[in-house]
Design a protein around this ligand. Structure first.
Ligand SMILES: [Zn+2]
Length: 64
């Protein structure tokens, strides 16, 4: 079952050198957290690089 996700915000993510995270989309080093509201007060965080975070931000703010 697919959960309905609502984009909330992007915030800076500081990679820790001992546990580096990679972008969900392109496997570059992640620099941003993207927050999504999935309902019931639950938020999920996905990590992206600068470029992919911008794409997500722009595609979710097109109506503003
Ligand atoms: Zn990326």
């Amino acid at each position: 079952m697919m959960m309905n996700r609502i984009f909330t915000s992007i915030r800076a993510y500081h990679n820790l050198s001992n546990s580096p995270r990679v972008c969900k989309d392109c496997d570059q080093l992640a620099t941003k957290d993207a927050l999504f509201d999935v309902g019931d007060g639950i938020a999920v965080i996905e990590r992206y690089c600068d470029e992919c975070a911008k794409t997500i931000e722009n595609s979710n703010r097109s109506s503003v």
